[in-house]
Design a protein around this ligand. Structure first.
Ligand code: PLP
Length: 340
C-alpha cells in the first residue's frame, strides 16, 4: 500500500497506458489464482451487493430461482423482487445446506442464484453439489456468491456462468471493490435482454465487456485498489493456492475439533459436510456473545457476534488466508479459558 502511494498511483488517469497496464496485471493475476478460463470475463464493481443487482438486471427478464439459507442469500432474493422480477425461493433453515438433488427448479427459470458460502450462518455448499444443478439445467444461467469463501473454493468455471467476491473478506483489503466474473453465455443473454428491457447503465455487461477488452473501466475506478488486489493475488500465487487451501482446512479443523469437544461452544452447522472452513459460526452455551467478544477483544482478537436473531447466542470467526495457524491456536487457547 505504501509502495503504491509512493508511485502516486492514486492520481494516474484511468485512460492512461499506465492504468491499462495495472488493469491487465491484476486481471491476469486474478485469472491465474482462481483458474478462470478465457470464456469468462473479469469486471470491477463497487460491492458484492452491486454484483447481485447487476446480475439480476442483466440476465433476468422475469424468472430466477434463489437458494436461501441466510441473510445474504435472502438479500439477493429481495433484490430480485425490488427490481420487479418474479423470483422463486428454495429455502433451507439457517445453519443448513440444501438437497440439490430434490430441488425442483421451474423450466422457465433464467437464472439460479446460489450463495456458495452463507456468511451469516457459516454454511458452505460443496462445489460438487453445485455442478449437477447446471448439468440438469444447461440453458439456465448459474451465479455464485463467493464473497466470503474466495479464493478457497476450487471452482471449475466451465461448469458455472457467473461468480463474484468483494475484496474485504478473503483478500484482506479495505472494503469498496468487487470482482465479477461473467461468461459469454451471460453476456449473450444481456445483449438479447437489452432489446426488451433496461439492463442498467454504465455497469451493464456489454459496456463492462467493451471496456474490459481495452483494459479499462466505464467509470473512474479505484485505481489504487485494483493495483493492490493485483499485489495480493501475486503474493497468494507465490505462496501457492494449494497451500492456502490446505492451511485453511487445517485451521478450520483445529477450531471445529475444539468446539466439538468444548462444553461452552458448539458448531452451529451440525452437518459436517456443510461446515464452512472460512467463516465459522459457533453457538455459545451458558454465555453471551457480548461476554465472549469482549474477552477476546481484550486479547487483541476480533471475532463477530452472531447474525440477526443469533446476535447474542453465537460468535462468528473468520478463517481467511491472512490468519496464520499460530493466530488460530492462540484464539483457541483464549476460547478455552473464556469461562474464567
Ligand atoms: C459480505 C458479504 C456480502 C456483501 O459484500 P459487500 O461488498 O458489502 O457488498 C455479500 N455476500 C456475502 C456472502 C458476504 O459475506
Amino acid at each position: 500500500m505504501n509502495g503504491a502511494l509512493d508511485h502516486d498511483i492514486g492520481s494516474i488517469s484511468h485512460r492512461s497506458n499506465r492504468f491499462r497496464k495495472i488493469h491487465r496485471q491484476t486481471t491476469s493475476n486474478v485469472r491465474k489464482l482462481l483458474d478462470i478460463p478465457l470464456t469468462h470475463h473479469i469486471f470491477f464493481l463497487s460491492s458484492a451487493l452491486e454484483a447481485m443487482e447487476r446480475i439480476l438486471q442483466n440476465t433476468v427478464m422475469e424468472y430466477c430461482t434463489h437458494f436461501v439459507n441466510g441473510a445474504f442469500s435472502e438479500k439477493w432474493y429481495e433484490f430480485a423482487k425490488q427490481l420487479g422480477k418474479k423470483p422463486m425461493k428454495i429455502p433451507a433453515p439457517y445453519g443448513h445446506g440444501f438437497s440439490f438433488k430434490n430441488a425442483i427448479i421451474p423450466v422457465n427459470t433464467e437464472l439460479i442464484c446460489i450463495t456458495q458460502n452463507e456468511t451469516s450462518t457459516g454454511v458452505m455448499i460443496p462445489m460438487n453439489d453445485i455442478y449437477p444443478v447446471k448439468r440438469k439445467n444447461p440453458r439456465t444461467l448459474v451465479a455464485l456468491d463467493i464473497v466470503s469463501s474466495a479464493p478457497y473454493p476450487k471452482i471449475d468455471f466451465k461448469k458455472i456462468d457467473m461468480a463474484f467476491f468483494s475484496v474485504q473478506k478473503g483478500f484482506g483489503m479495505p472494503a469498496g471493490m468487487c470482482i465479477l466474473i461473467v461468461n459469454d453465455h451471460a453476456i449473450e443473454k444481456s445483449l438479447a435482454l437489452s432489446i426488451k428491457t433496461p439492463i442498467s447503465t454504465y455497469h451493464n455487461f456489454p459496456t463492462l465487456l467493451k471496456m474490459a477488452e481495452k483494459n479499462q473501466t466505464p467509470e473512474t475506478p479505484n485505481v489504487l485498489y485494483i493495483h493492490i488486489l493485483g499485489k495480493m493475488c501475486h503474493d497468494m500465487l507465490k505462496k501457492g493456492i494449494v497451500k492456502i487451501r490446505k492451511e485453511t482446512d487445517k485451521k478450520a479443523k483445529l477450531l471445529y475439533d475444539f468446539a466439538e469437544n468444548s462444553e461452552y461452544f458448539k458448531p452451529f452447522v451440525r452437518d459436517e459436510k456443510f461446515r464452512s472452513p472460512t467463516t465459522i459460526d459457533l453457538e455459545l452455551i451458558n454465555k453471551t456473545s457480548e461476554e465472549a467478544v469482549n474477552k477476546l477483544k481484550a486479547k487483541g482478537l476480533i471475532v463477530g457476534k452472531g447474525y440477526g436473531t443469533f446476535k447474542n447466542s453465537h460468535i462468528r470467526i473468520a478463517n481467511f488466508p491472512a490468519h496464520s495457524t499460530e493466530n488460530m491456536k492462540f484464539l483457541i487457547n483464549e476460547l478455552k479459558c473464556i469461562h474464567r
